[in-house]
Design a protein around this ligand. Structure first.
Ligand SMILES: [Fe+2]
Length: 212
């Protein structure tokens, strides 16, 4: 029961956190209202232009290689933490949006990554799991920060799929990683926004998929 209460508490925290993320998402998905002023009439009131969605095809989340360590049919879960897994806890949250900025409910978000030593579990499903976004398009995953392995910078692997739409396979990267510039797969468009929280870190990323 205690574990359940803790889980509920954490979910509430995350929900509150994502509420602020919702505001952020709206902010990032809308251009600031442009203003027109009449330079020749000092008393004229600025006229606000209509808000224009900034999500469009140019903002689509880039696809990246799946890599050699994907395992299908991962368990459905919102935490990859389990006994024996060590490392810095990180909460990965965000929204899945369409290119017209509409949240996508019931979108698949499947994450897999290396452990703190840079090793993948290619036999079982440690540090692998999928979930579906809620009605507002949000996902939230509790896991650890992946370790480095030769030839790659720090990253998550992700598959995202809106219902009845093609799968987007991509990777997410961490800011201020020395290996980013030396990793030929690294793309700034796939950088997480990372911040410290009480018991680890929180990272956010909004996926933008083609409108169905
Ligand atoms: Fe990898």
């Amino acid at each position: 029961m205690r574990r359940y209460l803790i889980y509920r508490s954490r979910r509430r925290f995350l929900h509150l956190g994502t509420m602020s993320l919702a505001s952020l998402a709206v902010a990032t998905c809308t251009k600031q209202p442009a203003t027109r002023t009449t330079e020749t009439t000092a008393s004229a009131q600025p006229a606000q232009l209509p808000l224009t969605p900034a999500c469009d095809d140019s903002d689509l989340t880039p696809s990246q290689t799946e890599g050699p360590y994907y395992t299908p049919d991962s368990p459905e879960r919102t935490s990859l933490l389990e006994p024996g897994i060590t490392g810095t806890t990180i909460i990965l949250t965000g929204q899945v949006l369409s290119s017209n900025c509409a949240p996508i409910a019931r979108a698949l978000v499947d994450v897999w990554h290396s452990d703190a030593e840079g090793e993948y579990d290619n036999v079982g499903y440690r540090l692998r799991g999928h979930q579906f976004t809620d009605d507002a398009g949000y996902y939230s995953l509790e896991t650890i920060i992946p370790g480095l392995y030769p030839g790659r910078t720090r990253h998550f692997h992700v598959k995202v799929q809106a219902p009845n739409q093609p799968v987007l396979t991509t990777q997410l990267y961490f800011p201020e990683e020395p290996q980013n510039e030396r990793d030929r797969l690294f793309q700034p468009a796939l950088l997480l926004a990372v911040q410290e929280i009480d018991d680890g870190k929180q990272a956010t990323f909004n996926f933008i998929l083609p409108a169905g």
